[in-house]
Design a protein around this ligand. Structure first.
Ligand SMILES: Cc1cc2nc3c(=O)[nH]c(=O)nc-3n(C[C@H](O)[C@H](O)[C@H](O)COP(=O)(O)OP(=O)(O)OC[C@H]3O[C@@H](n4cnc5c(N)ncnc54)[C@H](O)[C@@H]3O)c2cc1C
Length: 371
């Protein structure tokens, strides 16, 4: 069976690798760019799984699947490719702000106690730290507005570009063909009655297949529109920056991701930290968003408020990317394109595409092998 995957961000690459482990599939991945550009190239790679508020249904199952799969996937890829993927196993530390002893703070802590109990029954740990414990274990955090913290030791962070390149290399090793710099112009609808597509048209000719997997992020909308089944995915801009401190914040042996008020501080080694990201929606119904420098500055200021040492750091890089967000429905979209039995959508992952890439790949594999 031939499978064409359109898009080689983290999601398309994860699908390619997972399908390459299934015998008798001939897989081609097409991307108009090199791998790991678009949203994946901008992502911070924070895997908010256990610390997320999702506790049941598909949203939790996908997180659980990904959390488990990453533990085996990273060593598997490192072995296959002989390349190290930076994978932070020191957990995520979420800082809670508010007024100590206020009813709101009490309510927030009680919500976390409930989540901690649920996670315990699911086999995961969450720890609720008061400010004294936080000061003791993580003295680099100094914000006076803190009411405590949640420590999630089994959550992870990884380098999304390194992950995607490793998935590509490993899939290639398993016989997958990659076509980079090739734009998919459209999927040809069936010429006769029926619901089976047979080929994609590209800038380098047509490719026939039995299955088409659309993992094109924001590019999925025009491809679905061209088949008259518009899946509306819109951009949400994120800006981030890399700060160079030259030494570790606090204890060099305990460098979890710090998160709070929707700002992540991600240790990336050698005293460098990624800080991000803004969440900027298009205005006036347009699809254009220009980065707002004030928003990036306020993200940086929030990071400094949490870890004052960061005020001494220099900015060595800033960047932005567009997250693919489904309009009017939950992320992600993993299903057959309505009206077509062999076009699968694996798209619209919005803020969690790196987290959910392995679970998406498993879901697509199941849809293909079940047929
Ligand atoms: C600043 C920022 C921070 C983020 N942080 C995190 C995080 O910490 N954790 C997390 O889980 N997620 C995070 N995300 C979200 C994450 O980046 C996305 O959800 C994820 O990358 C989506 O992956 P994807 O493969 O679906 O899409 P993309 O990475 O956008 O890839 C789509 C690919 O399809 C190709 N394509 C599109 N149309 C066509 C066509 N017609 N022909 C050929 N190729 C085509 C594009 O060239 C592109 O390579 C962040 C995003 C941003 C912007």
């Amino acid at each position: 069976m031939n499978v064409v995957i359109i898009g080689c961000g983290a999601v398309g690459a994860a699908i390619a690798y997972e399908l390459s482990l299934v015998k008798q599939l001939k897989i081609t991945v097409i991307d108009k760019q090199p791998p790991a550009q678009a949203s994946t190239g901008a992502a911070l790679g924070v895997l908010m799984g256990i610390i997320s508020h999702k506790v049941k249904g598909k949203a939790w199952r996908m997180r659980q699947t990904s959390i488990q799969r990453y533990e085996s996937l990273i060593p598997e890829l490192e072995k296959l490719t002989n390349h190290k993927i930076s994978f932070n196993r020191q957990g995520i530390l979420m800082l809670l702000t508010g007024n100590t002893n206020s009813p709101v703070a009490d309510e927030e802590i009680s919500q976390w106690q409930k989540l901690t109990a649920i996670r315990h029954t699911q086999g995961y740990q969450l720890e609720i730290w008061d400010t004294a414990k936080l000061q003791n274990l993580y003295p680099q955090v100094e914000d006076k507005n803190l009411i405590g913290a949640i420590y999630s030791p089994q959550d992870r962070q990884l380098d999304p570009t390194a992950l995607t390149l490793a998935l590509v290399a490993a899939a290639q090793n398993n016989g997958v063909t990659f076509k980079f710099g090739v734009n998919v112009l459209g999927i040809t609808p069936p010429s006769q009655q029926g619901d089976i597509c047979q080929q994609v048209e590209t800038t380098e000719g047509n490719f026939t297949a039995d299955w088409f997997v659309v993992a094109a992020g924001l590019g999925s909308s025009p491809l679905s529109a061209q088949l008259n089944q518009m899946v509306d995915i819109r951009p949400v801009l994120g800006q981030a920056l890399q700060l160079r401190l030259g030494h570790s914040l606090g204890n060099p042996d305990f460098q979890p991701v710090i998160t709070g008020n929707d700002v992540h501080i991600v240790p990336v080694g050698d005293g460098d930290y990624w800080v991000g990201a803004t969440v900027e929606f298009p205005t006036n119904g347009s699809h254009e968003i220009s980065p707002n420098t004030e928003l990036l500055e306020s993200v940086k200021q929030q990071a400094i408020a949490f870890c004052p040492d960061l005020a001494k750091a220099t900015i060595v890089r800033t960047w932005s990317g567009l997250r693919p967000r489904p309009e009017g429905r939950p992320a992600p979209i993993i299903e057959k394109l309505s009206g077509f039995s062999n076009v699968l959508l694996a798209t619209g992952h919005y803020r969690n595409g790196i987290l959910l890439a392995p679970a998406t790949a498993e879901a697509i594999r199941e849809m293909i092998i079940a047929n």
